[in-house]
Design a binder for this molecule. Structure first.
Ligand code: CU
Length: 125
């Protein structure tokens, strides 16, 4: 199963509005033994520094996605082809979003069944 993966020879592009601070670039992909690639070195600390230099303008987004507690609200349909999509976290919780291409005829229910989502222990919520 691949999630958020960029296949061999492919390129992914993202535009981020970064704030200064320390970050980690991490690959959570699993190998055949279910060990995440970060265990093999795909983890890299990054420091984003303060700067007064001009920054690039954010691309105009045709579609926006709001991450709310707990769901995704879309401003409209997403068309095929290159897209600029703005993603904004609303609500109080931190969230993340992975875009996963479904296999032909697969459904969200199939995906949830395949990853066997378990509710986290109450103490960790
Ligand atoms: Cu990896």
């Amino acid at each position: 199963m691949r999630w958020g993966a960029i296949g061999p020879g492919a390129t992914g592009i993202t535009t981020l509005k970064m704030t200064a601070g320390d970050y980690l670039l991490v690959c959570f992909m699993l190998n055949a033994e279910d060990v995440p690639h970060m265990a093999f070195g795909m983890i890299k600390p990054i420091t984003v520094i303060e700067s007064s230099a001009p920054v690039a303008a954010l691309p105009e987004a045709k579609v926006s996605i709001d991450m709310v507690d707990f769901g995704f609200d879309f401003s409209g349909a997403i068309s095929a082809g290159p897209q600029n999509i703005s993603v904004t976290k609303k609500g109080k919780e931190e969230h993340e979003a992975f875009l996963i291409r479904l296999a032909p005829n697969a459904t969200a229910t199939d995906f949830v069944g395949a990853v066997a989502l378990d509710a986290p222990p109450a103490a960790s919520r």
